[in-house]
Design a protein around this ligand. Structure first.
Ligand SMILES: [Mn+2]
Length: 301
């Protein structure tokens, strides 16, 4: 039996999109939440985004004349076990592998960031190579253990990703909060581009695009874009588990995403949008930004 038929269920759809599509872009909910270290609630994100998405206009930041609704379908949510991190990562890998075999790409909606380990493994498995991991996040998620004694969690999964899929290049975009141990780790990676929050803020759009273009063209293979929405400032994105001050504005995040999707083109196989947490979102005030991010990603993809 196929993993999709077995593990994925649908309750309502994003923007009212169909549940199956032929050549479109599939959206997959992954309500994984097993290793919370601060405020819980990311498991509710796919459902809340689905429910509320119907009440927004489908207009992205730049009108490229693309009918976004006609290009997407909503596959539903991956059903997961509770608290079994490794088994959930493996299930996510299996489902995304199959989604890639049928559609060639996917946008996943988390869930905790650890799910990106599953999608990275699927990219490596399905394409037989793994090119570039783009980690857009206030954090580096590169601890050895967190909490101390726990090897695999949302704060450590990047190390596992390095060991298991071995990206040719890491791009850390928009980080600002870390432990010295993690900073040492990422600085010692052989091939990594490190842009802190203030670098992204200070760089012009064209300077940033030049860096991204050079990086993407210097390493071949599939590109995996993983966006933790806590990279944004808590004033526009309060609905996250681990908020960090002095974050990116939406326009600054868009500079990064636009550059990666423009120059990455069809090499971008998986986009994860993770860590939105509705229970931590007063009056769901982060939701317009989440919806807009999804529309912009679809517009550029
Ligand atoms: Mn984060």
């Amino acid at each position: 039996m196929s993993s999709i038929d077995f593990y994925v269920s649908t309750a309502g759809t994003i923007f009212g999109a169909p549940t199956r599509c032929d050549s479109g872009i599939p959206i997959l909910g992954i309500p994984m939440e097993d290793t919370v270290s601060f405020r819980p609630g990311t498991r509710f994100a796919p459902g809340v985004i689905r429910l509320w998405s119907q009440y927004f206009e489908f207009t992205p930041s730049i009108d490229l004349g693309i009918d976004i609704l006609s290009r997407i379908c909503d596959l539903g949510d991956v059903s997961l076990l509770q608290g079994l991190v490794e088994r959930n990562v493996d299930r996510i890998r299996a489902v995304i592998n199959e989604v890639l075999s049928k559609w060639g790409r996917v946008i996943s909606i988390g869930g905790e960031h650890t799910l990106s380990l599953g999608s990275a493994k699927a990219v490596r498995e399905y394409y037989g190579s793994y090119g570039i991991y783009v980690h857009v996040d206030a954090h580096l998620d590169s601890r050895q253990e967190w909490p101390v004694g726990q090897p695999l969690s949302h704060a450590t999964f990047v190390r596992h990703l390095m060991n298991s899929v071995k990206p040719k290049l890491f791009m850390f975009m928009g980080f600002r909060s870390y432990d010295p141990e993690e900073l040492n780790f990422v600085k010692n990676l052989n091939d990594a581009l490190l842009f802190r929050t203030r670098d992204v803020k200070l760089m012009s759009k064209y300077e940033l695009r030049l860096w991204v273009r050079n990086a993407l063209s210097s390493y071949d293979g599939p590109i995996h874009l993983s966006i933790d929405v806590d990279v944004l400032d808590p004033s526009i994105m309060p609905g996250v588990g681990n908020p960090e001050g002095f974050g990116l504005s939406y326009g600054e995040l868009l500079k990064v995403i636009e550059a990666v999707l423009d120059y990455g083109g069809s090499r971008v196989k998986v986009i994860d949008i993770v860590e939105y947490s509705p229970p931590n979102d007063p009056n769901l005030m982060s939701l317009p930004t989440i919806i807009h991010l999804l529309l912009d990603v679809l517009n550029y993809l």
